[in-house]
Design a protein around this ligand. Structure first.
Ligand code: ACO
Length: 350
């Protein structure tokens, strides 16, 4: 296998800053509650009707491509991870492709939520590793602000999430000792509904024309996936069982990091930087303590951006790299946990 590396990285966050105090104007919450439970002070929201998940991703991708020393024409394949796509289908990968003038190459959409970037990175690593592609663009982007419940009912979820995008170009490494050393992917669908955006979905409705034909006379109907009942019940927002997520996350994060370290014969002491998915500052701090890492070896930026799901790792990694906290030769661990449940890690010699 050819060793794959991250050859270029970029991120973009929308200009609009939304503080905890801004949220207090629309729902019953407090700055103190949000900071204490999550560490978040503010997040960014994209401009509705002007920006979308794919346009945020395009901005991050352009920076990553330039830093990789290539042009958009050199990209061989696109991987786009998001849980908040522009359309139900097609995925945001082809929309980014159109915006960037890269028509013709393959575009794959990843639906692995907070672990989406790690899953995408792992796929890119395999494509580069086999020699099939030389420049794989991996994008993680989210526009959560379009799909959140801004009433008090939604406060447990809404205060946590923010918009943003990050991207990397995965290329063959010239030096076999440097690059992505290994990736590790896991999931447990038993917990699918514990952190989920259930509606609209194929589980719920019957299409109007199918009502008689398929003999569902008593069932309500709407569009293909969206039903009148979902709208009437305002049952169209994400839900999260926070305590279950917390408990599982603090078990699986350390496990999957240890798996990456063991695979490569390292211990946590060997790490120069740990970049966790920015789920919640309390989760990151718990994992940091378990690994025995000092503060300067963990990159947290959830305070400024909230949880940007598939975008959070590339945004944080890019910030760390731009700040000089990830340098040539450093051992860097990325790890994520999220809806599915899904979790994963990547160990990189930078
Ligand atoms: N502001 C004020 N009060 C709130 C808010 C809010 N934004 N949200 C919930 N509350 C209230 C609840 O209604 C409840 O009130 P009650 O006691 O009167 O019923 C009280 O606060 C406690 O609610 P809990 O849900 O029990 O709060 P908890 O201490 O569990 O904290 C939290 C919630 C922060 C979500 C926590 O469970 C957690 O950190 N879970 C991990 C989940 C997570 O980090 N998800 C990130 C996304 S998933 C991912 O990326 C992995």
């Amino acid at each position: 296998m050819i060793r794959a590396k991250i050859g270029g990285i970029g991120y973009y966050v929308p200009e609009k800053v939304v503080t905890n105090h801004d949220l207090m104007k629309v729902m019953d919450t407090s700055d103190e509650w949000i900071r204490e439970r999550t560490g978040i002070q503010e997040r960014r929201y994209a401009k509705k009707h002007e920006e979308t998940t794919s346009t945020l991703g395009t901005k991050a991708a352009k920076i990553a491509i330039e830093r990789a020393g290539i042009t958009a024409k050199d990209v061989d394949f696109i991987i786009f991870a998001t849980l908040s796509p522009d359309y139900y289908f097609p995925g945001s990968g082809v929309l980014l492709q159109r915006q960037m003038g890269m028509q013709g190459i393959g575009a794959l959409d990843i639906r692995n939520q907070c672990s989406g970037f790690i899953y995408g990175l792992s796929i890119a690593e395999q494509f580069v590793g086999t020699g099939m592609y030389k420049n794989v663009l991996v994008v993680g982007a989210e526009m959560h602000s379009c799909g959140l419940d801004f009433s008090t009912r939604g406060r447990g979820v809404t205060v946590i999430f923010g918009d943003g995008a990050g991207a990397v170009v995965v290329q063959p490494s010239e030096d076999d000792s440097k690059g992505i050393l290994s990736t590790h992917l896991h999931a447990n669908g038993d917990y699918a509904e514990e952190l989920a955006y259930i509606n609209p979905g194929a589980h719920g409705g019957v299409h109007a024309e199918d009502k008689e034909q398929f003999g569902y006379p008593d069932q309500e109907f709407g569009g293909m996936f969206l039903t009148e009942k979902m709208i009437k019940d305002e049952d169209l927002f994400p839900n999260m069982n926070g305590q279950v997520v917390f408990k599982y996350a603090v078990t699986k994060f350390p496990e999957v990091i240890q798996e990456a370290l063991d695979k490569n014969g390292y211990t946590a002491n060997d790490l120069d930087m740990f970049v966790p998915h920015q789920a919640n500052l309390r989760i990151s701090q718990f994992v940091q303590r378990r690994l025995g890492l000092p503060d300067d070896k963990v990159w947290n930026n959830i305070q400024k951006y909230g949880n940007t799901t598939a975008a959070s790792i590339p945004i944080a990694l890019c910030e760390a790299w731009e700040a000089g906290a990830v340098k040539d030769g450093d051992l860097v661990c990325l790890a994520a946990f999220g809806s599915g449940f899904t979790w994963g890690s990547a160990l990189i010699r930078w």
